[in-house]
Write a protein that binds this ligand. Structure first.
Ligand code: PCA
Length: 198
C-alpha cells in the first residue's frame, strides 16, 4: 500500500481554529484511492515548519505529499500552482516577523506544484464543491512548507506528487470572525475527493 503524507497546520494569528488540523486528524489512517493517509499537524513557525515537513518525509518515506492550509476569506478550495523562494507576511506563532528573505539562499526562485491541480479542480466542481486553481500561495508558512517539500524532492532527484491546497474557513471559525465558510464535513469530504486524483 502506498502512503500519502497529509499535513494540516495549528491555529495562527487571529484564527483560533484551523480547520486543516481536523482534516489531517480525521483522514489519518484512512485508505483513499491507492494510498494510506498519514495525517500530521505542523507548527506555524518559520524556524520549524519546513523542518517538520522534511522530518516527516524522512520518517515515513511517503509516495505523495499534500499539505493543507487555511486561507481565511477565500470561498473555495484552491490547489496552489506555485511556491516562491521568499518568506514574508505577519509574525508567526513564535513571534518571528519575516522580511522577504529567501527560504533557501541557493534555491530556485519558484517551484510549480507536482499535484494534478487541473484534475483536482475538475473533480471537485463535478461533485458540486467550488474549486479554483490559485496562482499564489502567499509568502507565509503555507508557501514556505510547499517550497520545502518541492525543494526536498527535487534535491533528492525524486519525482513524487507534492504540493499544497488552501481551504476556506469552517463555520466554527466564521462565527468568531466574519468570512466565507464551509461546513467542516464538506471541507473534509472535498479534500478526500481531491486526494483520489493523485
Ligand atoms: N495558513 C497560513 C499558514 C497556516 C495556515 O493554515 C498560510 O496561508 O500561509
Amino acid at each position: 500500500m502506498k502512503k500519502l503524507l497529509l499535513t494540516g497546520f495549528e491555529p495562527f494569528l487571529e484564527f483560533p481554529i484551523n480547520p486543516t488540523t481536523e482534516i489531517a486528524n480525521n483522514l489519518n489512517g484512512q485508505l483513499i484511492g491507492d494510498y494510506e493517509i498519514i495525517g500530521e499537524v505542523l507548527s506555524v513557525d518559520f524556524a520549524k515548519s519546513g523542518k517538520q515537513l522534511i522530518h516527516l518525509i524522512e520518517k515515513y518515506n511517503p509516495d505523495a505529499v499534500v499539505s493543507l492550509g487555511l486561507a481565511g476569506g477565500r470561498n473555495c478550495i484552491t490547489p496552489e500552482r506555485i511556491a516562491i523562494n521568499c518568506n514574508d507576511g505577519p509574525v508567526d506563532n513564535n513571534g518571528h516577523k519575516p522580511n522577504g528573505e529567501r527560504i533557501f539562499e541557493d534555491g530556485p526562485d519558484a517551484y510549480f506544484s507536482k499535484l494534478p491541480i487541473y484534475e483536482i479542480t475538475s473533480k471537485l466542481e463535478e461533485a458540486g464543491f467550488p474549486a479554483k486553481i490559485s496562482n499564489t500561495a502567499g509568502a507565509y508558512l503555507c508557501n514556505n512548507v510547499m517550497y520545502h517539500g518541492l525543494h526536498y524532492f527535487k534535491g533528492k532527484g525524486m519525482d513524487r506528487p507534492s504540493g499544497f491546497i488552501h481551504i476556506p474557513a469552517s463555520h466554527a471559525l466564521a462565527v468568531k470572525k466574519n468570512m466565507p465558510s464551509w461546513s467542516q464535513q464538506d471541507l473534509t469530504e472535498a479534500i478526500r475527493l481531491a486526494l483520489t486524483c493523485i
